[in-house]
Structure formats: C-alpha cells, structure tokens
Design a protein around this ligand. Structure first.
Ligand SMILES: C[S@@+](CC[C@H](N)C(=O)[O-])C[C@H]1O[C@@H](n2cnc3c(N)ncnc32)[C@H](O)[C@@H]1O
Length: 248
C-alpha cells in the first residue's frame, strides 16, 4: 500500500519549539528525510528502526539536489508507511515545502502539511525584538536576501520595499548585506534605520549584533557573522534595549 507523506516544520533550533503534532509524527515515522537546520535533539525523537535520511543543502557544498529529494519522497511513499519530510522552521516559508507538496499532489500521493514555528518571527523574539508593535510597526515583510547580489536579475524590488513596509525580516541575506542596505538607502530608507542580525537564533549559540543600515555590513564582517542568520530592519530593533531576555 502506498504510504503517506507528512511535510513537517521542525521549528527554528530550540528543540522545545516544536509542535505536539510534529513530535508525534516524528516518533511514529518509518522514514524521515531531514534538512540541515533540523536540530539533533529533534532527530533523536525518532523510533528505533526509523530510516533517517539527511538531505540538507549546505551553501557551497555538493548536496542532495531538490530533484533527487522529490524523487526520494515519491519512492519512499511508494514503498509504504509513514514518511516525514522534516524542515527547519515552517515548511512553507522559504522551505520549498510548496514545491514538494506539488510533486506529491501530481503523483497522487497522500500528504499532510504540519506548519512549524518559523525562524522569521521566533528568532527575533529570542533577541527581544517583536516584528510588529503598536505605534511603531504595523507591517512586516519576510524577504529572501539570496537574490540580492545582482541588480539586474532577481525579483526582490528593494528600492520599492524601502519605504513601504515598517519591518523587514531578511532571510538568507548575510552574503548580500551590503548590497541590500545600499539598495534600501537608494530607495529612500533612512541610513540610520536600526538593524539587528541574529545568528543561530533560539539555540545555545545565539548571537545578536546591532547597527544601522549604513554600519551593519562592516559590523557583521568584524563580528564574523555566518549563516544561518536573520536580519531585522526597522524601528522595532530599538525595543531590544528594553525587551531582551536572553544574554547571548
Ligand atoms: C532556507 S530558509 C528556511 C526558513 C525556514 N523555513 C523557517 O521558516 O524558518 C533558511 C534561512 O532561515 C533563517 N534561519 C533559519 N533558522 C535560523 C536560526 N536558528 N537563526 C537565524 N536564522 C535562521 C536564515 O536566514 C537561513 O538562511
């Protein structure tokens, strides 16, 4: 009998930031295909005999292609049982969960989506930064910074976003930080706009730095900030002074 696939969010890093449904499905899975940002403690929930397949993609390293992951999902489902496709944060926010669901849907394979706690909101929260706050920020955008390196290609219109959204949460953007900041300033955002970068948020290795649009790139370089990291741009960053509840 063909199995069922669960596309599951594993949360941002703190192993306790996982839903009860996700934990239940991980414990009962026959096969788990998991990504790089899934914590070890979460994988340890798997039952004895569960087939654990690492399919993480690491920038700059050869890794399992998305096509191969899609094929494996279909193959494993055809073998039967309960297959968990485990992803960092939420599977439908920059997680390619939608693409995998499309493959399953087209192949006629039964699946469920289990949303997870996204790093986009929880990582700033662990640094004392609410992404919205009454009178300070009424809008927030989650943006990939991955595309920013070329001004001609890419679909993110940084100059247009610059003044139209209060809080910008930039994911996968560390390598393009200088370019993103420059484009936002060119689009009319105040160069003194506060910015925070949080590396490995919600884990024991969480590290936060702050600056402004005009200083953050140099600060990030000096501090040696590396992925995974999230950049928060906007006045809400100032709230950290009062609201930080974790010492890095
Ligand atoms: C491919 S996206 C996946 C996002 C994920 N689906 C989510 O909802 O959190 C990976 C990016 O998420 C961000 N990220 C994920 N976990 C993080 C963490 N613990 N600390 C900081 N950033 C994190 C980083 O920007 C990283 O480059």
């Amino acid at each position: 009998m063909v199995g069922k696939v669960y596309i599951v969010g594993a949360g941002p890093g703190d192993p306790e930031l996982i839903t009860i449904k996700a934990a239940r499905l991980i414990r009962s899975a026959d096969v788990i295909l998991y990504d790089r940002l899934v914590s070890e403690e979460t994988i340890f929930l798997a039952k004895e005999g569960c087939e654990l397949i690492y399919v993480g993609k690491h920038p700059g390293e050869s890794s399992t292609t998305q096509e191969r992951i899609n094929e494996m999902l279909v193959e494993k489902a055809q073998e039967g049982g309960s297959i968990v496709r485990l992803k960092g944060g939420d599977p439908f926010l920059f997680g390619r969960g939608g693409e995998e669901a499309q493959v399953l849907s087209r192949e006629g394979i039964s699946y469920e989506v289990v949303p997870g706690i996204t790093s986009a909101i929880s990582v700033p929260a662990y640094a004392g930064i609410p992404v919205t706050q009454r009178h300070i920020a009424s809008s927030v955008a989650f943006i990939t910074g991955h595309e920013a390196s070329t001004k001609t290609k890419g679909t993110v219109e940084w100059e247009r976003i610059a003044q139209s959204v209060d809080t910008l949460v930039v994911m996968m953007g560390i390598r393009n930080l200088g370019n993103i900041a420059e484009r936002l300033i060119n689009g009319g955002r105040d160069p003194k706009t506060p910015v925070a970068i949080i590396e490995k948020g919600t884990t024991k290795l969480q590290k936060t730095i702050t600056g402004t649009l005009e200083t953050i790139e140099v600060k990030a370089r000096i501090e040696g900030i590396k992925p995974p990291a999230i950049t928060i741009i906007g006045k809400v960053v100032n709230l950290r002074e009062e609201l930080r509840w974790i010492e890095d």
